[in-house]
Design a protein around this ligand. Structure first.
Ligand SMILES: Cc1cc2nc3c(=O)[nH]c(=O)nc-3n(C[C@H](O)[C@H](O)[C@H](O)COP(=O)(O)OP(=O)(O)OC[C@H]3O[C@@H](n4cnc5c(N)ncnc54)[C@H](O)[C@@H]3O)c2cc1C
Length: 414
């Protein structure tokens, strides 16, 4: 792989930028691989990357029915934070957040990680108590967060209106090293590194069946023919129930569309990320100046992957109360992505009833922030059969009632 550097840019400037190679190869499928990962979103690509980097497993194919990063990874609002309540969540999200800190250097790809700080607004007394509890839990977990009062919120977000009629701002949970990253770049950076290790990324290739023999996986049926494998990782977010169905088991997951929109670009006015979970809206300003606004999920299960007008109206109406200035903005784009939601709002990283088949899903509305930590832990689980990062997130927890309840930290927001 040709390294990206200031020197490389200068060299290419002198030859009309004709020397840049393709970032990743476009191979034809081999007959079989040691490991197949289905889904070239952030989680699938990160899993493949850490299989190669941490365990030397490089005879790997990542199979994607569309284009890499074209699922939720390329549709999310890119909020990164690790202020969850339960210990297993704090461990995996904080691992992910810390890997984001050095991701650009590790991948030699600028993922534009911007640790600008994230505030989760407390707009009811219940939320004040909930976030104070989270701040205490985070202190014990080694995750740096603090509960701040309304004056400090105003200092950090001058455009905020503290005294809204329905939901005044009573404080907030502040994580100074939370922030955002460029979502496509995360997928592209991992893809380039995987391709460089000799892995095959097979785009426009849909998995249509899982082939098993004596209760163990032997391969997959795809639109490009049958491909053999010894281990199979299903990392397809909102489509995980379909894949599980192909392998003959069910998952406790619901798929729904989650909504987002961006405004026209404006001058810099807000340099932190603000989440208002009571009114189901959150906002950050992109480097281009657009206000990136996330909303809630559609109220019914679906796979439509497009924006819904009533939701956008609801989200913006609620946010205008806390940010009156956005009432004068024009909306530029809206969209939706199909997210995979579990009952306890925590992910599933697990072995399955089929030997050799592993599943990584259930990240719901908040899995972008987890990509590197999830990839790290899931690769370890696939390579060694156990990972301390994923141990609590097995499918067994639904049978045994060991839920990891993150409905306060995750809710419908991120
Ligand atoms: C609007 C919106 C806003 C969000 N905001 C945030 C946020 O601010 N912060 C945050 O942390 N998270 C956020 N999320 C959640 C986050 O985007 C997801 O949790 C995360 O991107 C999931 O990544 P993934 O790799 O598991 O799935 P995906 O990126 O969806 O990748 C799965 C891939 O599998 C492929 N696939 C499916 N079926 C098949 C098949 N049969 N064969 C081959 N390939 C298949 C799909 O085409 C897709 O590319 C948001 C999501 C949405 C939709």
């Amino acid at each position: 792989m040709r390294r990206y550097s200031a020197f490389a840019i200068a060299r290419e400037a002198f030859r009309y930028h004709e020397g840049w190679g393709r970032a990743w190869a476009a191979p034809e499928p081999k007959k079989s691989y040691d490991v197949i990962i289905v889904g070239a979103g952030g989680h699938g690509l990160a899993t493949a990357y850490y299989l190669g980097k941490n365990f030397g497993i490089t005879n790997v194919a990542i199979i994607e029915k569309g284009w890499l990063g074209g699922g939720n990874t390329g549709r999310n609002t890119t909020i990164i934070r690790s202020n969850y309540l339960q210990d297993p969540s704090a461990a995996i999200y904080e691992k992910a957040r810390s890997l984001y800190e050095t991701m650009s250097q590790d991948l030699n790809y600028n993922v534009m990680f911007s640790p600008r700080g994230v505030i989760m607004l407390a707009q009811t007394h219940h939320e004040v108590r909930g976030y104070q509890r989270t701040a205490h839990a985070n202190a014990l977990q080694g995750v740096m967060t603090e509960f701040i009062g309304p004056e400090r919120v105003k200092e950090l977000v001058p455009i905020i209106h503290l005294d809204g009629p329905r939901y005044p701002v009573l404080g907030g949970l502040w994580q100074a090293r939370g922030g955002t990253a460029r979502h496509d770049a995360v997928a592209w950076g991992y893809a380039r590194a995987c391709s460089d290790m000799g892995m095959d990324i097979l785009q426009k290739c849909e998995v249509t069946g899982v082939v098993t023999e004596g209760g163990a996986v032997t391969g997959v049926e795809t639109t490009k023919g049958k491909i053999g494998c010894k281990k199979l990782g299903m990392v397809v977010a909102g489509h995980c129930s379909h894949l599980a169905d192909m392998a003959g088991f069910r998952l406790p997951v619901e798929s729904v569309a989650l909504q987002a929109l961006v405004s026209e670009p404006i001058k810099p006015c807000m340099d932190v990320v603000v989440m208002a979970n009571t009114v189901h809206g959150y906002m950050s300003q992109s480097d281009k100046g657009e206000m990136v606004i996330g909303g809630g999920t559609d109220g019914f299960n679906n796979y439509t992957q497009r924006g819904s007008f009533h939701h956008i109206e609801e989200t913006v109406r609620a946010l205008v109360e806390t940010f009156p200035m956005i009432s004068r903005l024009k909306m530029l784009r809206q969209w939706g992505g199909i997210v995979d939601v579990t009952g306890d709002r925590s992910p599933i990283l697990s072995k399955t009833p089929v030997e050799g088949v592993f599943v990584n899903c259930g990240w719901g509305t908040g899995g972008f922030k987890a990509i590197p930590g999830s990839g790290w832990g899931f690769a370890e689980l696939m390579a060694k059969g156990y990972s301390p990062l994923t141990a609590e997130f097995g499918l067994d927890r639904f049978r045994e009632g060991r839920f990891i309840d993150e409905s306060v930290a995750a809710g419908v927001a991120h």
